[in-house]
Design a protein around this ligand. Structure first.
Ligand code: FE2
Ligand code: FE2
Length: 258
């Protein structure tokens, strides 16, 4: 019998809840104790509803239940993932919904959706600054290379000034759906411990660009949403503190790095 890999422990949550953050934008979130963070999906209701992230496979069923309470699965038009990673689109069963289309960056498409066995090819990809309408809403796609991954992108919904930043501006533990405290120091410490950014440069370049958008709400994939008042604090922590990888991965020191 093959040995069970240490890596086959999928993030799971006891409770996945949905809350409407602003008109028609829902945060579907579950806290995963072993990781110490929430995993958040965002369902954006429109003529063609879009789900941003599917969540990891271990949380898929609960996320699906919450989605169905808001939008029938067969009405879901798009599922977007912002970089190629299991928590972004591990719950791929959403793609079996009739007519649903996968949305990703051009780099995710070229690097990751070509050449793998049984990966759905029905997808639409975007380059920097390209836009897509889903009815009343207009999404702008922003390439943010090396903000965590080579193929990373972010999404900005222009009519409500809603910014979906994936793994940028994340915070640990579980808090209210929209944060009222400044947890920017905890964010920096989390980045130092987890080691998701190779260097500060590309992250700061992207942060400057995001500040120019003056978003009304920022929707990170882990932690709470951040309104425009507090966003300045989180952005300034990124601009002024060091947080890049320095030998720690998922909280563990890599002894070979000095
Ligand atoms: Fe990620
Ligand atoms: Fe993530």
């Amino acid at each position: 019998m093959p040995a069970v890999s240490k890596t086959t422990q999928f993030p799971k949550s006891d409770r996945v809840t949905a809350s409407e953050i602003s008109d028609g934008i829902y945060r579907i979130s579950g806290f995963v104790e072993s990781y110490g963070i929430t995993f958040n999906q965002f369902l954006i209701v429109d003529e063609q509803p879009m789900l941003i992230h599917t969540g990891p496979i271990g949380m898929y069923k609960q996320i699906e239940e919450r989605v169905k309470e808001i939008v029938p699965l067969e009405k879901l038009s798009y599922v977007a993932f912002l970089h190629f990673e299991a928590d972004e689109w591990g719950g791929m069963e959403f793609l079996q919904s009739k007519d649903v289309q996968l949305v990703c960056s051009d780099l995710s498409s070229k690097l990751n959706l070509a050449g793998w066995y049984d990966i759905p090819v029905n997808h639409v990809s975007f380059w920097d600054n390209e836009t897509m309408k889903t009815g009343k809403r207009k999404f702008r796609f922003m390439m943010t290379p090396h903000v965590h991954h080579w193929d990373s992108m972010m999404v900005y919904e222009e009519s409500t000034k809603s910014l979906f930043t994936s793994d940028l501006f994340i915070q640990p533990r579980i808090n209210t759906p929209v944060i009222s405290q400044d947890l920017s120091q905890q964010m920096i410490e989390l980045y130092r411990a987890v080691g998701i950014f190779a260097s500060e440069g590309p992250v700061r370049q992207t942060t400057k660009r995001l500040l120019d958008l003056h978003p009304s709400m920022v929707y990170p994939m882990h932690g709470s949403c951040i309104d425009n008042g507090l966003f300045q604090n989180y952005a300034s922590a990124i601009m002024n503190q060091s947080f890049a990888y320095s030998g720690r991965l998922l909280g563990q020191k890599l002894e070979t790095v000095t």
